[in-house]
Write a protein that binds this ligand. Structure first.
Ligand code: NAD
Length: 257
């Protein structure tokens, strides 16, 4: 299927590793020019060198209020416009509700909610000019609350609602806005959680991975590329009628509507 993405311009936040890196790699393979954003310049430079298309590296801490506007300005200066924004950067502290501190909550919201909201606000006029689109990488915790995921769950729920809000506005402005809820994707972060479970239960890593998947009610963990493929479809002209959608890419983990 030709996704007709050649030469279009995409910003991917949190692109230095994990799901964001896979998204940048997949969209570059589809011919898009890519602006990759994260805090660590060296990791982004290394990624940029591996991509087949033009890539702009923008090192930024998206928790800082002025960072998103700076990122967007740098991308517009380099590429003269933006077609697609993928808000992927996110990191929220897990843990028991009673032990999570105000600083943990503020940090989680600062990056994943306010960072994404400000990226949308700064990029919107440019996306509007090109009938562009936004994909927010959110998480199934936004639909299903779990005791150990208080911050991530509520941040994700807020971002899912913002996706609907912006889709409503985008109907008039000509900007498509969708969200993907990954389930448990086998990134370094998940490997870390598997290692903790292995230690706690005295298991090997592979066995701990199987136990974790089975306790989550999924046949296996997802791969970053599987999320990236869904992004590539959603931002393409093939998905022109998909707008305001929330796609659970979770191996069936979410049982509710
Ligand atoms: P990851 O931790 O592997 O990567 C996160 C990326 O965000 C990295 O590039 C990191 O450098 C960047 N980042 C972190 N703090 C930043 C900051 N302050 N400013 C700018 N960039 C920053 O994460 P991942 O597992 O690939 O997850 C990516 C997204 O998908 C996150 O929003 C996460 O909540 C969501 N998600 C992941 C899973 C999963 O199983 N991996 C499940 C559901 C949702």
């Amino acid at each position: 299927m030709d996704l007709q993405l050649t030469n279009k311009v995409v910003i991917v936040t949190g692109a230095s590793r994990g799901i964001g890196r896979a998204i940048a790699t997949t969209l570059s393979a589809e011919g898009m020019r890519v602006a990759v954003v994260a805090r660590t310049r060296a990791a982004l430079e290394e990624l940029a060198a591996s991509l087949p298309t033009e890539c702009l590296v923008v090192a930024a801490d998206l928790r800082e209020a002025e960072a998103p506007a700076r990122v967007v300005a740098a991308v517009v200066e380099r590429f003269s416009g933006i077609d697609v924004l993928v808000n992927n950067a996110g990191a929220t502290q897990r843990g028991d509700f009673l032990s999570l501190q105000d600083a943990d909550w503020e940090d989680g919201y600062a990056l994943k909610f306010f960072g994404a909201m400000r990226m949308c606000r700064a990029a919107w006029p440019h996306l509007q000019g090109r009938r562009g689109s936004i994909v927010n990488i959110v998480g199934i915790g936004g639909r299903t609350g779990r005791a150990e995921f208080a911050i991530g769950g509520s941040v994700n729920a807020a971002l899912l609602n913002l996706t609907k809000v912006l889709a409503d506005r985008g109907t008039e402005d000509g900007v498509r806005v969708n969200a993907i809820n990954p389930g448990s994707i086998a990134t370094e972060r998940l490997q870390g959680r598997i290692a903790v479970l292995a230690r706690e239960r005295g298991l090997g890593l592979e066995a701990a991975g199987q136990v974790m998947a089975s306790e989550m009610g999924v046949p296996r963990f997802g791969r970053p590329e599987e999320i990236a493929n869904a992004v590539a479809f959603l931002v393409s002209a093939k998905a022109d009628y998909i707008h305001g959608a929330i796609l659970d890419a979770d191996g069936g983990a979410t049982k509710t509507l």
